[in-house]
Design a binder for this molecule. Sequence first.
Ligand SMILES: C[S@@+](CC[C@H](N)C(=O)[O-])C[C@H]1O[C@@H](n2cnc3c(N)ncnc32)[C@H](O)[C@@H]1O
Length: 177
Amino acid sequence: MALSTFSSVVIALCFAAVFVTWTTWTYFIGSIWSPMPKRAIRQMLDYAKVGRKDVVYDLGSGDGRVVIEAAKRGASAFGVEIDPLRMIFSKLMVLLHGQAGKAKIEWKNIFSKTNDPDFKKATVVTLFLMQHANDMLQDTLRSKLRKGTKVVSYIWVFKGWKPTLVDKKNMIYLYTV
Ligand SMILES: C[S@@+](CC[C@H](N)C(=O)[O-])C[C@H]1O[C@@H](n2cnc3c(N)ncnc32)[C@H](O)[C@@H]1O
């Protein structure tokens, strides 16, 4: 029996509500999910001169696209993601892109005090979060990152830090801690 127009609309609205909830629930613990454009990823990694010797951490790694691109450039790349579905999906993407040897995804809260990412290993940290999340992370990054580590943020800034490079068009800010 064919669904009535009303039932179809209700089902479509339910799917839309589930999708919107899934992409936005992490707002309250850092940031919604919104994938970064490929052009911006390339520019961020170019700015940080990511290469074989680098250890790149993408804080809030979504579907793993930044981690995968960093691994393709030869870096050891780590993504930290709190949403379990995005974490599983990004692990699959890492496998599909043949980067399992270089890219790892950790299921973690970037703000956790007891199970935090191993920031000391990083030479480059990339972020596409939101302004309140950058504000909350700033002191941790300052105290835990090694001197000289590059921090590249898409759209959102670190207040009070002077960027080493700025791409106003693509809204990319490179800082050296
Ligand atoms: C705007 S998306 C960016 C995703 C990816 N870095 C990219 O550029 O395509 C932010 C991601 O951060 C994740 N996130 C938000 N708060 C987090 C937290 N406290 N710990 C870990 N991941 C978090 C979200 O689930 C989302 O996938």
